[in-house]
Design a protein around this ligand. Structure first.
Ligand SMILES: C[S@@+](CC[C@H](N)C(=O)[O-])C[C@H]1O[C@@H](n2cnc3c(N)ncnc32)[C@H](O)[C@@H]1O
Length: 246
């Protein structure tokens, strides 16, 4: 991501689904002001504890209802947040919201599928096809700058593909959470195998990073508003419309 962030020295940024604030902290080293939002109160508490820089604010807010004025930040970043919004319409709404508040550039690093809508079973995750991201963004006056695919964990992908086709053949429906005892046992079994797949994937990590590969899952989309002008912004003009839940 570094090459796409370097030109934003002194600018304002938004970290969507900031978690414990790892990207917000990194951005804050260069940006004049960073807002980190997350739907989880607990995450925001930790982020605040970890970061006491004067140019960073953390608040509890959702990606699909961002409490910022339109065009109020130069750059927005969402690193593996949208994929965890399990409602497709809300995912779309989040893209609309991120585009609305961003003046210039948007970086989205998310799990994206080739063509099908996939629900992962081990963690609430809805993976939508890359073309859905692109077609939504196209309707929002957005121009693509880069589209980089990375598969961090090839063996996990392989294992999930095997599992999905096996489940399909056997007519098993594995829910993301809850469900019958059998479904919970299946999920636990799958999680144990995933740990091994994850460990054995690590040596291949650097070898598989081809955006056109079937194995590609994480994609970094870098887009910009067609009207992008990287001008200096006074951080005081980025007002967080307080929601009372900070
Ligand atoms: C996998 S973590 C990534 C955290 C951070 N971006 C990072 O890379 O370290 C996903 C984060 O998205 C947050 N999240 C999930 N749904 C969200 C929503 N609708 N709005 C804002 N944040 C959300 C979760 O609470 C979680 O902190």
């Amino acid at each position: 991501m570094a090459p796409f962030l370097s030109s934003f020295k002194g600018k304002t940024a938004l970290d969507v689904g900031t978690g414990i604030g790892r990207w917000a902290l990194l951005l804050a080293e260069k940006a004049s002001y960073v807002a980190g939002i997350d739907i989880s109160r607990e995450m925001i508490k930790i982020a605040k504890r970890r970061c006491s820089r004067p140019n960073v604010d953390f608040l509890v807010a959702s990606a699909y209802a961002i409490p910022l004025r339109s065009n109020s930040v130069d750059l927005s970043l969402s690193c593996t947040c949208i994929q965890h919004i399990v409602d497709k319409d809300k995912q779309q709404q989040s893209l609309h919201e991120i585009t609305r508040v961003t003046r210039n550039r948007i970086l989205l690093l998310e799990l994206m599928s080739k063509s099908s809508l996939t629900r992962l079973t081990h963690y609430p995750t809805l993976v939508i096809p890359r073309v859905h991201y692109m077609s939504t963004l196209k309707t929002l006056d957005i121009k693509s700058i880069a589209d980089v695919g990375v598969d961090f964990l090839p063996l996990v992908t392989l294992m999930e593909n095997l599992r999905n086709s096996l489940f399909k053949k056997l007519g098993i429906k594995a829910t993301s959470y809850g469900g019958s005892l059998e479904q919970q046992a299946l999920r636990n079994f799958y999680q144990i195998i995933s740990v091994f797949a994850l460990l054995f994937s690590l040596p291949f990590n650097k070898m598989v990073s081809n955006p056109s590969s079937d194995l590609t899952r994480h994609v970094l989309l870098v887009v910009r508003k067609r009207t992008e002008q990287i001008t200096h912004v006074d951080p005081s003009s980025v007002s967080l419309q307080k929601t009372g839940n900070r």
